[in-house]
Design a protein around this ligand. Sequence first.
Ligand SMILES: Cc1cc2nc3c(=O)[nH]c(=O)nc-3n(C[C@H](O)[C@H](O)[C@H](O)COP(=O)(O)OP(=O)(O)OC[C@H]3O[C@@H](n4cnc5c(N)ncnc54)[C@H](O)[C@@H]3O)c2cc1C
Length: 340
Amino acid sequence: MNIENEKSLTAFNTFGIAAVAAKLVTITDINSAREALEFCNKTNLQSLILGGGSNILFTKNPESLILLNRLRGIEIVGKDGPDRVLVKAAAGETWHEFVQYCIRNNWGGLENLSLIPGMVGASPMQNIGAYGVEIKDVFHSLEALSLENGNLKTFNSKECNFGYRESVFKNTEKNKWLISSVTFSLSAQNHQLHLDYGAIRTELEKAGIAKPEIADVSNAVISIRKSKLPDPAEIGNAGSFFKNPVVEISVAETIKSKYPELVSYPVNEHEVKLAAGWLIEKAGWKGYREGDAGVHKNQALVLVNYGNAGGNEILNLSTRIINDISDKFGVVLEREVNII
Ligand SMILES: Cc1cc2nc3c(=O)[nH]c(=O)nc-3n(C[C@H](O)[C@H](O)[C@H](O)COP(=O)(O)OP(=O)(O)OC[C@H]3O[C@@H](n4cnc5c(N)ncnc54)[C@H](O)[C@@H]3O)c2cc1C
């Protein structure tokens, strides 16, 4: 086991925060993960799993042993009915490359999730979603290594308890598991395309595609995302910093009486989902900058690091936004990004 000391994490988080890990070990197989866990137990160190660092904000130099997940491998592990294949991907596969691999093999279901940064292993953590699809829609199971005893356990969808940007791994099972692989149930034929969200149809029309294939949907999503979201290679960010809040219908009605243009989506009989970006923009934060921490000029939901912001500056900015939105609209925003 090769432990690196005082390792800079700047290149390992998309915010580009200049945190330094006291100790870091790269995990390339289950045995190296178990070895690292034994080391933690012996030395009384906590462990912290890092994938692509695209949903994390370092507000301090982590003292835990960082387990940099680089488990690789993709295989078909079976069929799931006549039209579907079960595809298992190791947790350290890059998400977007895995999605593209599936599309090349004509396995459908993940195309709307194209270009989401990060790795396969983090995808169930917050049930990643985009353009009308969440991974729970095609999730079959996952394998995870207990951080306590190194045993492997399989979780099915029910056990993961997926919700909107939620799973058991962000709640009751937080910091207890290293997700080592995820198995997806993907269509091998008769693909069900999801075209009704955002500008997918418009994008396909623009490209003159009347009968889209899964690759066309992926290309449309990629093109929309590129035009809308800041590229972390150009400006540090972790995508949406806040979740879209789910509120009682009466709360939305009160806001609507003042702002008739309020955007809301039905959730159930009693609740609606509001667009956090709309609230933040309406409150005047879009494009706000303080030092090197700021709110993106085109996407109010995205907080950015213009260069040398510390994690705490971004965190403080997010707290000010939460307080302001609460004062102005009576809605409490929740952070989506994991704060370390
Ligand atoms: C530009 C941009 C756009 C984005 N768009 C979207 C979007 O459309 N939809 C969406 O849902 N998300 C989006 N995100 C957020 C992010 O890409 C996803 O949440 C992604 O799944 C995070 O993967 P990661 O490997 O980078 O996780 P990390 O940031 O490395 O880790 C995130 C959390 O998961 C834990 N973790 C990571 N890997 C494992 C593992 N193998 N086992 C156990 N715990 C683990 C970490 O400890 C941490 O708490 C976006 C981010 C950016 C920068």
